[in-house]
Design a protein around this ligand. Structure first.
Ligand SMILES: C[S@@+](CC[C@H](N)C(=O)[O-])C[C@H]1O[C@@H](n2cnc3c(N)ncnc32)[C@H](O)[C@@H]1O
Length: 340
């Protein structure tokens, strides 16, 4: 296994230019065996396709919101920690705690952040191994409160999820359908269980006035996400609405199709990937999505533009045809804040 550090400066420079306030370029990451980001030079749509960049767009929206003050940050499942670096640069943080399910990721995530901070900074950075779904590793921190919690947990339970994606990581550590037993049926059926549990379990860790930012692959109606948040006594606002290429499309589409087959009446929404390169979407991107603004205010128009390429998981798997036709799905980056 190589331990080469990869330069991610171009990814963050897209948003921050060359002058970083908290980070010291070149921004070098060790992503061996971690959930790693797409590099800018390999993908012209990197800011749409990479979860860490979608998170960064959410953080930039939060920076512009006057109604939330963010000093402390809890990241659930940071992977490579590129999302944490983005949060540090975008927000005025003094206290950062990253979590990862896998022990191997914990040490690397911590090093990936520390090695890229400017010397003499006053930011406290820690990483713990934790499972957001049962709170293992987090319970002992119960006295701590955070202004912002971020989660981008997988939608697919272990039985459907091919964990070879996480290469050398232990398969048994993933969540299973059984661990979603106390999630209401409708959210379990639409594979929102991990987000439901995260929103429910992490609420006690929120400081007064704080919020949870969730990145949710929107293969389901947005209204259902809103309903889930309301059931859990959160108010919700959409920070970013985007069309992301389906990563590891082969096994993901198989998994979603299998779920459609065994859950009659449940249908997911996928899109033909070529849509992203259509004139309307590219123009839409330039006028509305460039840098900070995202699609949130123009969601209806965006839905209208992509509607013609909509496919169920079963249809998408057929169209994908072993990799011949790229497939995309929408992403909702939301902010959920406790009501009352
Ligand atoms: C889709 S990746 C996102 C990684 C990173 N946040 C980013 O934006 O690049 C999901 C991450 O959540 C972690 N994860 C999966 N299940 C988890 C759980 N139950 N608790 C905490 N982290 C988990 C995975 O190891 C993985 O790094």
């Amino acid at each position: 296994m190589s331990h080469k550090l990869i330069d991610y400066t171009p990814n963050l420079s897209f948003y921050f230019g060359t002058s970083f306030a908290k980070l010291a370029p070149p921004i070098l990451l060790n992503i061996d065996g971690l959930y790693g980001p797409v590099k800018k030079d390999k993908n012209p749509h990197f800011y749409r396709d990479d979860w860490a960049m979608l998170a960064l767009r959410g953080f930039l929206r939060l920076r512009d919101m006057k109604s939330i003050r963010i000093k402390s940050f809890l990241n659930i499942g940071t992977g490579s920690a590129l999302d944490t670096l983005g949060a540090i640069e975008a927000l005025d943080l003094s206290d950062v705690l990253m979590t990862e399910l896998f022990s191997k990721s914990v040490e690397k995530a911590q090093l990936n952040v520390i090695r890229n901070l400017q010397k003499g900074n006053a930011i406290k950075v820690d990483t713990v191994q934790a499972n957001a779904l049962n709170l293992d590793g987090l319970r002992q921190l119960k006295a701590k409160r955070f202004d912002l919690i971020y989660e981008n947990l997988p939608n697919l339970p272990g039985e459907l999820n091919d964990l070879s994606v996480y290469k050398s990581q232990p398969v048994e550590a993933s969540f299973t359908t059984a661990s979603l037993d106390d999630v209401p049926k409708i959210y379990k059926q639409y594979l929102l269980g991990s987000h439901y549990l995260a929103l429910r379990n992490l609420k006690p860790f929120l400081a007064v006035g704080g919020g949870i930012m969730c990145n949710i692959g929107g293969r389901i109606p947005y209204e259902l996400i809103v309903r889930m948040c309301r059931d859990l006594k959160y108010e919700v606002s959409r920070l970013v609405y985007e069309l992301k290429m389906q990563s590891e499309a082969d096994w993901n589409l198989r998994a979603y199709s299998k779920w459609e087959e065994s859950n009659s009446g449940i249908e997911f929404a996928f899109y033909r990937g070529q849509l992203r390169d259509s004139k309307e979407i590219v123009n839409f991107d330039q006028s509305n999505c460039d840098r900070v603004s995202g699609y949130a205010d123009a969601a209806e128009e965006f839905d209208r533009l992509i509607a013609k390429g909509k496919l169920s998981a079963k249809e998408a798997l057929k169209v994908f045809d072993g990799g011949k036709v790229p497939i995309a799905h929408t992403v909702n980056t939301i902010l959920a804040r406790p009501v009352g």
